[in-house]
Design a protein around this ligand. Sequence first.
Ligand SMILES: Cc1ncc(COP(=O)(O)O)c(C=O)c1O
Length: 378
Amino acid sequence: MKAEIPDWAKTRVMPHVLSIPVYVPGKPVAEVEREFGISDAIKLASNENPLGPSPLAMDTISKTIAMAHIYPESTSPELRKSLAKRYDVEVNQIVLGNGSDEIMQMLAHVFLGTEDEVIMPEMSFSMYKIVTRLFGGKSVMVPLKEYHADLKAMGASITPKTRILFLSNPHSPTGTIFNRADFEELLDTTRKRGIIFVLDEAYREYVEAPDCPSGIDYVDRSEHLIFLRTFSKIYGLAGLRVGYGIAQPWLIELLNRVRLPFNVNLLAQEAASAALMDEDHITRSCKVNLQGKEFLMQSLTNLDFDPIPTESNFIAFRPDCDAEKLYLGLLREGIIVRHLKSFGLPSHIRVTIGLEEQNVKFMAALKKVANELAHAGS
Ligand SMILES: Cc1ncc(COP(=O)(O)O)c(C=O)c1O
């Protein structure tokens, strides 16, 4: 059956909802294998941890599954307690979401009305735009400057209608970061203008640069700041959907008013608590990422594919051929990456840094497809 909205219903749907694009995720492995009749496809498209979940988390899940007929505790108290201890904050400074995506939606729910403005970098995580539209808000897109978020220009874009500012560090999809001085200036400007500053630190655990600011160092003195982190990336639990936000208690209290009960399921709560304790897994994940980063940066540079220096677990690059054709050619080879057209970078591809053998396989396929395209004149 077609999903076309009947004419009578169009007049009932909130007008801003009609214009919301459906989020397009990285293609799942099973879909690509079905589509191309192949097996052993590799997904390097959504910046997941190639080592998988922490063994401690897997063990906890198998022990907890027997309790799956009982509702979980709605406020996830144990996980919030562990996070509070980790960050040395109060438990009432933490909110959990079904992924950090859900917390972005809660923020928009609390603070956004029709025609209110939300500032974000032009080429950034698409959920910022989607949650803005969900509540009838208007996205104010600030162009990147040499692949970096332009914090000064973001500050200059504030108007009396601005309610929220979204900013990721490291930035997705480019992997770049900003420094403390620029961040502090924007934090100050937004504080003076009463704007909620959402600092998205989904990839913060991968950063090596010493001058990269961290939300936790600012939250106690910044009433308007919330920083978001996730168990989907370095903690390897993307399939379970757990993210968290840390802010001052008044802000968390408001988010809890719009949070649906039981938004983080039982297995997710337990697995995230276990994963948080598994320091070894995090250390290994960083090490694998670092080795993969060196290999891929070098290999992409050798091909003159302009990889953008990254502080994260992915690399965006500009091939010397048609990026969309390259992306499709890689799919046929069983390598799933991300064409960055939907982010506003149609000449770029983003690849998640994988395990050594995955990186090698990716580079071999990349060379093969790029060569074929060169011969075909694309
Ligand atoms: C910059 C950024 N923020 C947030 C998220 C969402 O994370 P979660 O899985 O916690 O919803 C992603 C996911 O890809 C991301 O790239």
